[in-house]
Design a protein around this ligand. Structure first.
Ligand SMILES: [Zn+2]
Length: 391
Protein backbone atom coordinates (compact mmCIF):
# COMPACT_ATOMS: atom_id res chain seq x y z
CA UNK A 1 0.00 0.00 0.00
CA UNK A 2 1.12 3.53 -0.71
CA UNK A 3 2.22 6.07 1.76
CA UNK A 4 -0.50 8.07 3.36
CA UNK A 5 -2.25 11.06 1.92
CA UNK A 6 -4.48 13.28 3.98
CA UNK A 7 -6.67 11.00 6.08
CA UNK A 8 -9.53 13.45 6.19
CA UNK A 9 -11.09 14.42 2.95
CA UNK A 10 -13.54 17.27 3.37
CA UNK A 11 -15.36 16.29 0.17
CA UNK A 12 -16.91 13.39 2.06
CA UNK A 13 -18.29 15.44 4.93
CA UNK A 14 -22.00 15.27 5.50
CA UNK A 15 -23.56 18.72 5.30
CA UNK A 16 -24.57 19.71 8.81
CA UNK A 17 -28.06 21.16 9.23
CA UNK A 18 -28.37 24.51 11.00
CA UNK A 19 -31.40 26.53 12.13
CA UNK A 20 -31.88 29.99 13.57
CA UNK A 21 -34.42 31.22 16.00
CA UNK A 22 -35.06 34.55 17.66
CA UNK A 23 -37.05 33.05 20.52
CA UNK A 24 -35.33 30.07 21.96
CA UNK A 25 -37.76 28.10 24.06
CA UNK A 26 -38.17 24.52 25.25
CA UNK A 27 -39.61 23.48 21.89
CA UNK A 28 -36.48 24.68 20.12
CA UNK A 29 -34.21 22.87 22.54
CA UNK A 30 -36.12 19.64 22.01
CA UNK A 31 -36.04 20.14 18.25
CA UNK A 32 -32.33 20.96 18.40
CA UNK A 33 -31.42 17.79 20.33
CA UNK A 34 -33.73 15.74 18.10
CA UNK A 35 -31.94 17.05 15.00
CA UNK A 36 -28.48 16.54 16.52
CA UNK A 37 -29.39 12.93 17.30
CA UNK A 38 -30.55 12.46 13.69
CA UNK A 39 -27.33 13.96 12.36
CA UNK A 40 -25.25 11.71 14.63
CA UNK A 41 -27.14 8.64 13.46
CA UNK A 42 -26.74 9.29 9.74
CA UNK A 43 -25.74 5.84 8.57
CA UNK A 44 -23.92 6.81 5.43
CA UNK A 45 -21.19 8.92 3.94
CA UNK A 46 -22.02 10.78 0.77
CA UNK A 47 -19.98 9.66 -2.20
CA UNK A 48 -18.08 12.20 -4.24
CA UNK A 49 -18.05 10.02 -7.33
CA UNK A 50 -21.61 9.47 -8.42
CA UNK A 51 -20.97 6.62 -10.85
CA UNK A 52 -18.95 4.55 -8.30
CA UNK A 53 -16.30 3.95 -10.95
CA UNK A 54 -12.63 3.73 -10.11
CA UNK A 55 -9.72 4.05 -12.52
CA UNK A 56 -6.93 1.55 -11.96
CA UNK A 57 -3.59 1.60 -13.82
CA UNK A 58 -3.15 -2.09 -14.70
CA UNK A 59 -0.32 -1.69 -17.24
CA UNK A 60 2.23 1.07 -16.74
CA UNK A 61 4.71 2.28 -19.33
CA UNK A 62 5.00 -0.40 -22.06
CA UNK A 63 5.68 -0.26 -25.80
CA UNK A 64 2.88 -2.60 -26.91
CA UNK A 65 -0.19 -4.38 -25.60
CA UNK A 66 -2.97 -6.65 -26.86
CA UNK A 67 -6.61 -5.83 -26.05
CA UNK A 68 -9.92 -7.59 -26.66
CA UNK A 69 -13.04 -5.49 -26.30
CA UNK A 70 -15.61 -3.38 -28.14
CA UNK A 71 -14.16 -0.38 -29.96
CA UNK A 72 -16.37 1.92 -32.04
CA UNK A 73 -19.26 -0.55 -31.57
CA UNK A 74 -17.29 -3.44 -33.10
CA UNK A 75 -15.76 -6.29 -31.10
CA UNK A 76 -12.05 -6.41 -31.64
CA UNK A 77 -10.16 -9.57 -30.65
CA UNK A 78 -6.54 -9.24 -29.53
CA UNK A 79 -6.13 -5.83 -31.08
CA UNK A 80 -2.39 -4.99 -31.08
CA UNK A 81 -1.59 -1.48 -29.89
CA UNK A 82 1.90 -0.03 -30.05
CA UNK A 83 3.55 3.35 -29.85
CA UNK A 84 2.71 4.15 -33.47
CA UNK A 85 -1.04 3.48 -32.89
CA UNK A 86 -3.53 6.27 -32.47
CA UNK A 87 -3.80 6.96 -28.73
CA UNK A 88 -6.01 7.48 -26.66
CA UNK A 89 -8.30 4.57 -27.43
CA UNK A 90 -11.34 3.30 -25.54
CA UNK A 91 -12.66 -0.26 -25.28
CA UNK A 92 -15.93 -1.25 -23.66
CA UNK A 93 -16.72 -4.70 -22.36
CA UNK A 94 -18.43 -7.57 -24.12
CA UNK A 95 -20.74 -9.34 -21.63
CA UNK A 96 -19.08 -7.36 -18.83
CA UNK A 97 -15.46 -8.28 -19.61
CA UNK A 98 -12.40 -7.02 -21.49
CA UNK A 99 -9.01 -8.70 -21.96
CA UNK A 100 -5.54 -7.19 -21.65
CA UNK A 101 -2.71 -9.45 -22.85
CA UNK A 102 -5.33 -12.26 -22.60
CA UNK A 103 -5.98 -11.47 -18.91
CA UNK A 104 -9.66 -10.99 -18.06
CA UNK A 105 -10.97 -7.85 -16.35
CA UNK A 106 -14.41 -6.49 -15.51
CA UNK A 107 -15.33 -2.99 -16.73
CA UNK A 108 -13.90 -0.92 -19.57
CA UNK A 109 -10.46 0.18 -20.71
CA UNK A 110 -8.67 3.36 -21.63
CA UNK A 111 -5.39 3.31 -23.54
CA UNK A 112 -3.33 6.36 -22.60
CA UNK A 113 0.07 7.75 -23.45
CA UNK A 114 2.13 8.93 -20.44
CA UNK A 115 5.74 10.05 -20.90
CA UNK A 116 5.87 8.45 -24.34
CA UNK A 117 4.76 5.00 -23.11
CA UNK A 118 1.49 3.07 -23.15
CA UNK A 119 -0.59 2.88 -19.99
CA UNK A 120 -3.80 0.86 -19.66
CA UNK A 121 -6.46 2.10 -17.26
CA UNK A 122 -9.24 -0.25 -16.16
CA UNK A 123 -12.38 1.79 -15.48
CA UNK A 124 -14.42 -0.44 -13.22
CA UNK A 125 -17.17 -0.30 -10.59
CA UNK A 126 -15.56 -0.13 -7.14
CA UNK A 127 -17.41 -3.25 -5.92
CA UNK A 128 -16.12 -5.18 -8.97
CA UNK A 129 -12.62 -3.80 -8.44
CA UNK A 130 -12.67 -5.22 -4.90
CA UNK A 131 -13.37 -8.72 -6.26
CA UNK A 132 -9.92 -8.60 -7.87
CA UNK A 133 -8.27 -7.15 -4.74
CA UNK A 134 -9.56 -8.92 -1.61
CA UNK A 135 -8.30 -12.46 -2.53
CA UNK A 136 -4.88 -11.04 -3.48
CA UNK A 137 -4.59 -9.17 -0.21
CA UNK A 138 -5.95 -11.68 2.34
CA UNK A 139 -5.10 -14.93 0.50
CA UNK A 140 -7.14 -18.14 0.34
CA UNK A 141 -10.02 -17.91 2.79
CA UNK A 142 -12.17 -20.82 3.94
CA UNK A 143 -15.71 -20.60 5.32
CA UNK A 144 -14.67 -20.51 9.03
CA UNK A 145 -12.53 -17.44 8.26
CA UNK A 146 -15.26 -15.64 6.31
CA UNK A 147 -15.44 -12.69 8.75
CA UNK A 148 -11.75 -11.91 8.04
CA UNK A 149 -12.59 -11.64 4.32
CA UNK A 150 -15.40 -9.21 5.20
CA UNK A 151 -13.00 -7.13 7.33
CA UNK A 152 -10.53 -7.09 4.44
CA UNK A 153 -13.31 -6.10 2.01
CA UNK A 154 -14.27 -3.10 4.17
CA UNK A 155 -10.60 -2.08 4.64
CA UNK A 156 -9.85 -2.36 0.89
CA UNK A 157 -13.06 -0.49 -0.04
CA UNK A 158 -12.17 2.27 2.42
CA UNK A 159 -8.69 2.51 0.95
CA UNK A 160 -10.13 2.82 -2.56
CA UNK A 161 -12.65 5.53 -1.61
CA UNK A 162 -10.07 7.55 0.31
CA UNK A 163 -7.63 7.52 -2.62
CA UNK A 164 -9.93 8.64 -5.42
CA UNK A 165 -8.13 11.21 -7.60
CA UNK A 166 -4.82 10.31 -5.96
CA UNK A 167 -3.01 10.44 -9.33
CA UNK A 168 -5.43 12.81 -11.02
CA UNK A 169 -2.54 14.40 -12.96
CA UNK A 170 -1.83 10.98 -14.54
CA UNK A 171 -5.49 10.21 -15.25
CA UNK A 172 -6.16 7.40 -12.77
CA UNK A 173 -6.87 6.75 -9.09
CA UNK A 174 -4.85 3.71 -8.05
CA UNK A 175 -2.00 1.47 -9.13
CA UNK A 176 -2.78 -2.27 -9.28
CA UNK A 177 0.29 -3.14 -7.19
CA UNK A 178 1.55 -2.92 -3.61
CA UNK A 179 1.96 0.81 -4.25
CA UNK A 180 -1.77 0.86 -3.56
CA UNK A 181 -3.60 -2.47 -3.42
CA UNK A 182 -2.75 -5.60 -5.41
CA UNK A 183 -5.45 -6.02 -8.11
CA UNK A 184 -5.37 -8.93 -10.55
CA UNK A 185 -8.80 -8.67 -12.15
CA UNK A 186 -11.12 -11.59 -12.75
CA UNK A 187 -8.36 -14.24 -12.68
CA UNK A 188 -7.97 -14.14 -8.90
CA UNK A 189 -11.66 -13.88 -7.95
CA UNK A 190 -13.27 -16.56 -5.80
CA UNK A 191 -16.82 -17.18 -4.62
CA UNK A 192 -16.21 -16.68 -0.93
CA UNK A 193 -14.42 -13.33 -1.21
CA UNK A 194 -17.03 -12.17 -3.76
CA UNK A 195 -19.70 -13.02 -1.18
CA UNK A 196 -17.79 -11.12 1.53
CA UNK A 197 -17.75 -8.05 -0.75
CA UNK A 198 -21.47 -8.44 -1.53
CA UNK A 199 -22.42 -8.81 2.15
CA UNK A 200 -20.53 -5.61 3.07
CA UNK A 201 -21.58 -3.72 -0.06
CA UNK A 202 -20.77 0.01 0.22
CA UNK A 203 -19.49 -0.24 3.79
CA UNK A 204 -16.42 1.77 4.71
CA UNK A 205 -14.63 2.71 7.90
CA UNK A 206 -15.05 6.33 8.88
CA UNK A 207 -13.75 8.72 11.47
CA UNK A 208 -15.75 11.91 11.99
CA UNK A 209 -17.75 10.93 8.95
CA UNK A 210 -14.83 10.78 6.53
CA UNK A 211 -13.24 7.61 5.13
CA UNK A 212 -10.19 6.62 7.16
CA UNK A 213 -6.70 5.85 5.93
CA UNK A 214 -7.23 2.08 6.15
CA UNK A 215 -3.67 0.80 6.42
CA UNK A 216 -3.15 -2.94 6.79
CA UNK A 217 -0.24 -5.36 6.78
CA UNK A 218 0.58 -9.06 7.00
CA UNK A 219 1.72 -9.64 10.60
CA UNK A 220 2.29 -7.18 13.44
CA UNK A 221 4.31 -9.50 15.69
CA UNK A 222 2.26 -8.98 18.86
CA UNK A 223 1.56 -5.25 18.77
CA UNK A 224 0.65 -2.98 15.88
CA UNK A 225 2.70 0.15 15.12
CA UNK A 226 1.89 3.82 15.62
CA UNK A 227 1.42 5.69 12.33
CA UNK A 228 4.65 7.68 12.85
CA UNK A 229 6.69 4.50 13.36
CA UNK A 230 6.18 3.94 9.64
CA UNK A 231 5.64 7.38 8.09
CA UNK A 232 6.26 11.06 8.84
CA UNK A 233 3.42 13.58 8.99
CA UNK A 234 0.32 14.02 11.07
CA UNK A 235 -0.82 10.75 12.61
CA UNK A 236 -4.54 9.97 12.26
CA UNK A 237 -5.95 9.32 15.77
CA UNK A 238 -7.29 5.88 14.83
CA UNK A 239 -3.89 4.49 13.72
CA UNK A 240 -2.45 3.86 17.17
CA UNK A 241 -0.48 0.91 18.43
CA UNK A 242 -2.74 -1.79 19.88
CA UNK A 243 -1.96 -5.16 21.39
CA UNK A 244 -2.54 -8.13 19.07
CA UNK A 245 -2.51 -11.56 20.65
CA UNK A 246 -3.77 -13.19 17.46
CA UNK A 247 -0.89 -13.45 14.98
CA UNK A 248 1.53 -15.78 16.79
CA UNK A 249 0.79 -18.58 14.27
CA UNK A 250 1.99 -16.44 11.38
CA UNK A 251 5.24 -17.70 9.76
CA UNK A 252 6.40 -14.07 10.00
CA UNK A 253 5.72 -13.66 13.73
CA UNK A 254 9.41 -13.96 14.63
CA UNK A 255 12.44 -14.06 12.37
CA UNK A 256 16.17 -13.59 12.36
CA UNK A 257 18.76 -12.30 9.94
CA UNK A 258 22.52 -12.68 10.30
CA UNK A 259 25.24 -10.77 8.46
CA UNK A 260 28.97 -10.35 9.01
CA UNK A 261 29.78 -6.96 10.54
CA UNK A 262 31.75 -5.93 7.42
CA UNK A 263 28.88 -6.66 5.06
CA UNK A 264 26.28 -5.16 7.39
CA UNK A 265 28.08 -1.83 7.88
CA UNK A 266 28.91 -1.59 4.17
CA UNK A 267 25.24 -2.10 3.27
CA UNK A 268 24.13 0.39 5.90
CA UNK A 269 26.57 3.00 4.57
CA UNK A 270 25.25 2.54 1.01
CA UNK A 271 21.61 2.62 2.08
CA UNK A 272 22.16 5.74 4.18
CA UNK A 273 23.58 7.45 1.09
CA UNK A 274 20.42 6.46 -0.83
CA UNK A 275 18.28 8.38 1.70
CA UNK A 276 20.62 11.39 1.60
CA UNK A 277 22.90 10.73 4.59
CA UNK A 278 26.41 10.42 3.20
CA UNK A 279 29.02 9.24 5.68
CA UNK A 280 32.57 9.97 4.45
CA UNK A 281 34.57 6.80 3.71
CA UNK A 282 37.26 7.71 6.23
CA UNK A 283 34.65 7.59 9.02
CA UNK A 284 34.32 4.05 10.28
CA UNK A 285 30.90 3.12 11.65
CA UNK A 286 31.52 1.91 15.21
CA UNK A 287 28.07 1.29 16.54
CA UNK A 288 24.34 1.69 15.85
CA UNK A 289 21.94 2.51 18.68
CA UNK A 290 18.19 2.00 18.35
CA UNK A 291 15.85 4.28 20.30
CA UNK A 292 12.42 2.66 20.59
CA UNK A 293 8.81 3.73 20.90
CA UNK A 294 7.94 2.51 24.42
CA UNK A 295 4.41 1.53 23.48
CA UNK A 296 4.77 -0.03 20.03
CA UNK A 297 8.36 -1.27 20.61
CA UNK A 298 9.20 -0.08 17.10
CA UNK A 299 12.39 1.83 16.36
CA UNK A 300 11.83 5.60 16.65
CA UNK A 301 15.40 6.66 15.82
CA UNK A 302 18.61 5.07 14.63
CA UNK A 303 21.80 6.65 15.92
CA UNK A 304 24.77 5.81 13.72
CA UNK A 305 27.97 6.35 15.70
CA UNK A 306 31.19 6.78 13.73
CA UNK A 307 34.70 7.63 14.90
CA UNK A 308 33.97 11.33 14.40
CA UNK A 309 30.21 11.91 14.39
CA UNK A 310 26.76 10.74 15.32
CA UNK A 311 24.00 10.62 12.71
CA UNK A 312 20.36 10.44 13.79
CA UNK A 313 17.94 8.85 11.33
CA UNK A 314 14.13 8.68 11.79
CA UNK A 315 12.89 5.14 12.52
CA UNK A 316 10.62 5.07 9.44
CA UNK A 317 13.82 4.76 7.34
CA UNK A 318 14.95 1.65 9.23
CA UNK A 319 13.42 -0.87 6.83
CA UNK A 320 15.21 0.82 3.93
CA UNK A 321 18.54 1.21 5.74
CA UNK A 322 18.66 -2.42 6.95
CA UNK A 323 16.91 -3.93 3.91
CA UNK A 324 18.64 -5.65 1.03
CA UNK A 325 17.88 -7.12 -2.39
CA UNK A 326 16.74 -10.45 -0.91
CA UNK A 327 13.96 -8.71 1.01
CA UNK A 328 10.65 -8.04 -0.80
CA UNK A 329 10.77 -4.51 -2.20
CA UNK A 330 14.30 -4.18 -0.77
CA UNK A 331 12.82 -3.49 2.67
CA UNK A 332 13.61 -5.25 5.94
CA UNK A 333 10.56 -7.29 7.00
CA UNK A 334 9.66 -4.88 9.81
CA UNK A 335 10.99 -2.18 12.13
CA UNK A 336 10.09 -4.23 15.24
CA UNK A 337 13.66 -5.39 15.81
CA UNK A 338 16.59 -5.84 18.16
CA UNK A 339 20.23 -5.68 17.02
CA UNK A 340 22.76 -8.03 18.58
CA UNK A 341 26.47 -8.58 18.06
CA UNK A 342 27.63 -12.22 17.94
CA UNK A 343 31.35 -12.58 17.29
CA UNK A 344 32.04 -10.97 13.93
CA UNK A 345 28.35 -11.06 13.07
CA UNK A 346 25.36 -8.77 13.47
CA UNK A 347 22.10 -10.53 14.27
CA UNK A 348 18.78 -8.79 13.56
CA UNK A 349 16.01 -10.38 15.62
CA UNK A 350 12.67 -9.22 14.28
CA UNK A 351 8.93 -9.60 14.67
CA UNK A 352 6.20 -9.24 12.07
CA UNK A 353 6.08 -8.41 8.38
CA UNK A 354 5.03 -5.08 6.90
CA UNK A 355 4.71 -1.54 8.20
CA UNK A 356 2.72 -2.79 11.21
CA UNK A 357 0.08 -0.02 11.04
CA UNK A 358 -3.68 -0.69 11.16
CA UNK A 359 -5.15 -4.15 10.62
CA UNK A 360 -2.88 -7.17 11.12
CA UNK A 361 -4.14 -9.65 8.48
CA UNK A 362 -2.92 -12.79 10.27
CA UNK A 363 -4.50 -11.36 13.43
CA UNK A 364 -7.80 -10.73 11.60
CA UNK A 365 -7.80 -14.34 10.34
CA UNK A 366 -7.24 -15.69 13.84
CA UNK A 367 -9.94 -13.41 15.31
CA UNK A 368 -12.36 -14.79 12.69
CA UNK A 369 -11.32 -18.34 13.58
CA UNK A 370 -12.15 -17.54 17.21
CA UNK A 371 -15.66 -16.44 16.20
CA UNK A 372 -15.27 -12.64 16.19
CA UNK A 373 -17.26 -10.79 13.53
CA UNK A 374 -15.81 -8.35 11.01
CA UNK A 375 -16.99 -5.27 12.92
CA UNK A 376 -15.16 -6.43 16.05
CA UNK A 377 -12.02 -7.17 14.01
CA UNK A 378 -12.02 -3.72 12.39
CA UNK A 379 -12.81 -1.81 15.60
CA UNK A 380 -9.95 -3.63 17.34
CA UNK A 381 -7.33 -2.41 14.85
CA UNK A 382 -8.82 1.02 13.97
CA UNK A 383 -9.69 2.58 17.34
CA UNK A 384 -12.59 5.02 17.45
CA UNK A 385 -13.81 4.44 13.88
CA UNK A 386 -17.34 3.68 12.68
CA UNK A 387 -18.54 1.54 9.78
CA UNK A 388 -20.90 3.46 7.50
CA UNK A 389 -22.39 2.84 4.09
CA UNK A 390 -21.35 5.04 1.20
CA UNK A 391 -24.12 6.30 -1.04
ZN1 LIG B 1 -0.88 -9.16 14.89
Amino acid sequence: MADSKSPMNPRYQIPVATFKSKTVNLYHYILFFFMISIINCVPYVRSVRKDNLIRVAIICGVDSVSISGIKDQVFSSECQINLSSEIPQYFTSKNGFVFVNKKKYRGNLEVQLNNGKIWIINVVDIEDYLKGVVPCEIGGITQPLFEAAKAQAVAARTYAWSHIDQYEHLGFDLYATVKDQVYRGFSCENELTNLAIEQTRGQILTYRNAPVEAKYHSTCGGRTADFNDAWPGQAPPYLKSVKCTYCSKSPHFEWQKELTKDVFFKKVRNKLASIGTKIPFDELIKNIKLIKNRKSKRVLKLIIITEKNEYTIPGYYLRTVFGDDQDPGGLLKSNYITLKAKGNKVVIEGKGWGHGVGMCQFGAIEMARQGKNYQRILYHYYSGTKIKTIK
